[in-house]
Design a protein around this ligand. Structure first.
Ligand SMILES: Nc1ncnc2c1ncn2[C@@H]1O[C@H](COP(=O)(O)OP(=O)(O)OP(=O)(O)O)[C@@H](O)[C@H]1O
Ligand SMILES: [Mg+2]
Length: 411
């Protein structure tokens, strides 16, 4: 089959109707029926799996009407074009269908020629939408609204947030995972990227696994499109957060260059409001590329001298790297009030105020990691989660200051 074929999914609860439509289409060389669904829910699943260009959608179905199914499909895959088929030619139905985002409306049973020309029109639209290299998800709205660009054309540019610590084991992954979940919602869709390419454990923290990894995107860094990205992401069941997992084996880390990683980060910011990247301590080309791409660096330290010493080394290095201190949000993790090294003292000592403090709470944090249920999901009221919420708030404030192009915050 040539790639120019228009892929069609038929949705109807009556098998005879499905067969009739299939027969009408079988001799069209440019139309390929890729599947048929019997219910609204099945349609949503098959649309996500088969990625058709066009869906022929019945309205009246037992579980979910075709209009709700249309909305759900378009939310996930905005490029899909939906043609509603209905026995009622009621203008009210048509209006609702159009509002739901349907492309066309035909009465049942459709005439062969009408159906085929509607499919061709819709197929062309779908392919145009897909070929656009920049196709922001509806959820990248924050970026759109914040940066309405030249001539009022919205410029979508999500924010890249890198979680980094110059010392291992201080809690970067714990923070990255809980932070991404906090930032993610319908209006600010977020992706969590595992930038720890050798021993990444982001997916484990979320108790998720998938067959695709970051390698599926970095190897195509020059030819990314929203569909490829969407197909590679793991969807976190409880939240819908998108997760880009690290390679399955440590030796595969070498397959990713800093340049590829930069291109990927830049591409993802066109699709998501926030791109949260977990990183290892070692400053590899990839970690440096992540830092370079970032709008905010969450620098993580703990209350021990080696960690603070390394934070100082990193802050010194940041000058060489040309990182403005305003880009750094400083987080103290595993804070224990019994230890005399207070956040205030660390802040003064390093001339970088601590913006958020996440307390040591082994009773909550360690089981949350082992169960794969981050604590911001089921322990929102606990101090550890509140520390993450403060961190998210500091980041939002920092971004809105830099966005408004005001003078840097004095510290
Ligand atoms: N605030 C906290 N209270 C108690 N335990 C914590 C806290 N934060 C992290 N931990 C625990 O510390 C351990 C290390 O955390 P994590 O894996 O997030 O660190 P990391 O910086 O990503 O480590 P690595 O350098 O290996 O990538 C985990 O077992 C985690 O459960
Ligand atoms: Mg880690």
């Amino acid at each position: 089959m040539s790639p120019a074929n228009i892929k069609v999914l038929i949705v109807d609860d009556v098998s005879e109707t499905r067969e009739n439509v299939r027969k009408l289409l079988q001799f069209e060389a440019d139309v390929e029926v890729v599947g048929a669904a019997r219910t609204g829910r099945e349609a949503i699943d098959l649309a996500a799996e088969l990625r058709p260009d066009v869906v022929l959608m019945d309205i009246n179905m037992p579980d979910m009407d075709g209009i709700s199914a249309t909305e759900a499909i378009l939310q996930k895959s905005p490029f899909i074009q939906i043609i509603i088929l209905s026995v009622q030619s009621d203008p009210n139905y048509m209006r609702r269908a159009m509002l739901a985002g349907a492309r066309d409306f035909l009465t049942k049973p459709p005439m062969g020629d009408d159906l085929i020309s509607a499919i061709r029109r819709a197929g062309k639209m779908a392919q145009q939408e897909k070929s656009k290299s920049v196709q922001p998800y509806p959820g990248a709205g924050i970026a759109t609204s914040m940066s309405a660009g030249m001539g009022g054309i919205p410029v979508t540019r999500g924010k890249v947030i890198v979680v980094y610590s110059p010392k291992g084991g201080t809690g970067c992954t714990t923070i990255a995972v809980n932070l991404a979940l906090t930032l993610h919602n319908d209006d600010t869709r977020t992706v969590l990227v595992d930038g720890n390419l050798q021993f990444g454990d982001v997916a484990v923290f979320l108790n998720e696994q998938g067959k695709n990894t970051i390698l599926d995107l970095t190897t195509r860094a020059d030819e990314l499109d929203p569909e490829i990205v969407e197909s590679v992401m793991i969807r976190h069941g409880a939240s819908g957060l998108h997760v880009l997992a690290s390679p399955t084996r440590p030796e595969q880390a070498e397959g990713v260059s800093g340049d590829q990683f930069s291109k990927l980060a830049d591409y993802l910011r066109q699709l998501y409001a926030y791109v949260v990247i977990d990183t290892p301590s070692l400053l590899t080309d990839v970690t440096l590329a992540a830092i370079d791409a970032s709008d905010v660096i969450v620098l993580v330290a703990t209350q021990d001298i080696p960690s603070i010493k390394n934070a100082r080394l990193f802050l010194d290095l940041s000058i060489t790297l040309g990182i403005n201190r305003e880009r750094i949000v400083f987080a103290m993790n595993r804070y224990d009030k019994r230890i005399a090294i207070t956040p205030e003292r660390v802040g003064e000592n390093l001339r970088q105020a601590v913006d958020a403090v996440i307390p040591l709470d082994e009773r909550i944090v360690i089981p949350s990691v082992n169960r794969g249920v981050p604590f911001v999901i089921d322990n929102k009221a606990q101090p550890a989660a509140r520390g993450i919420f403060t961190l998210a708030e500091s980041i939002r404030n920092r971004l809105s200051v830099s966005q408004a192009d005001e003078l840097p915050v004095k510290r």
